[in-house]
Design a binder for this molecule. Structure first.
Ligand code: HPA
Length: 252
């Protein structure tokens, strides 16, 4: 069963025909909320809002280990992470949908592994390719079938947040080869890998990154809701198509 983790702009999945919710206690504490189960066009799916149902959990406080453990517990066969980002690469505009293929992790102090002692053998997972190829291919194909534009490929930087970056930090990220920046992609991606769950991200560009384009003089996050809402409609259509809905996008 596919799992979807929703971020800012996607706190509920309106195309999910909900059957039930489950609250699970994990060895790592509580997930961000109850896992919601249901069907998208008859296909089973589960949903978890990363920041909680009231959007109250900031990126550095999300219990990523509990979230991924819960999805694994419920036998998720793949995880699609939906998250908003700031665009650094010149061609990225607010509202664009991006399928990143690489990650640089700038976060600190987050519990980023399940292999942290406590009798577990020292384990180093391969993370050369952080996103699952097959899941990315399915997302890309769904976009093509719907003629919804997806920018394929890009280096995602995970920053600590919750503050946005300075213009100089964005310049440094660009020198590092970063294309888009968000606050939640790590350790989410590596924890999915540690649990053996295929993981891919659909990123929605909410704004030009600090100091760039329309953010040259600052980022006014509140005003980004309209962009995000419209783009999330396209993201939902992509997810519907990917699970096999014939009329994907009709309700978006
Ligand atoms: N920076 C970091 N995270 C973000 C941004 C940004 O500009 N926009 C949306 N999430």
């Amino acid at each position: 069963m596919l799992a979807i983790i929703g971020g800012s702009g996607l706190t509920t999945l309106s195309n999910l025909d909900v059957s039930h919710r489950e609250v699970v206690r994990t060895p790592y504490g509580e997930p961000s909320g109850a896992v919601v189960f249901g069907q998208i066009c008859g296909q089973p799916a589960m949903f978890l809002p990363r920041h909680g149902y009231g959007h109250t959990i900031p990126p550095h406080m999300v219990n990523y280990r509990a979230n991924l453990w819960a999805l694994h517990h419920y036998k998720a066969t793949g995880v699609i992470s939906v998250a908003s980002v700031g665009g650094i690469r010149g061609d990225l505009q607010p509202g664009d949908i991006v399928l990143p293929n690489q990650i640089i992790d700038y976060t600190w102090g987050r519990k980023a592994t399940y292999f942290d002692g406590n009798g577990t053998p020292v384990t180093h997972v391969d993370f050369t390719e952080p996103y699952d190829h097959e899941l990315c291919r399915r997302i890309q194909q769904a976009g093509e079938q719907l003629q919804v534009d997806i920018k394929v490929g890009g280096v995602y930087a995970a920053t600590q947040g919750p503050r946005l970056e300075t213009a100089a930090e964005i310049n440094r990220l660009e020198r590092d080869g970063v294309d888009l920046v968000g606050m939640t992609g790590m350790p989410e991606a590596v924890l999915a890998r540690e649990l053996g769950m295929p993981y891919a991200a659909i990123n929605v560009v909410a704004n030009h990154a600090a100091g760039r384009g329309s953010s040259a003089n600052g980022i006014h996050f509140e005003s980004l809701d309209v962009v995000l809402q419209e783009a999330m409609g396209r993201v939902k259509a992509i997810i519907e198509k990917l699970v096999g809905c014939q009329d994907a996008g009709q309700s978006a």
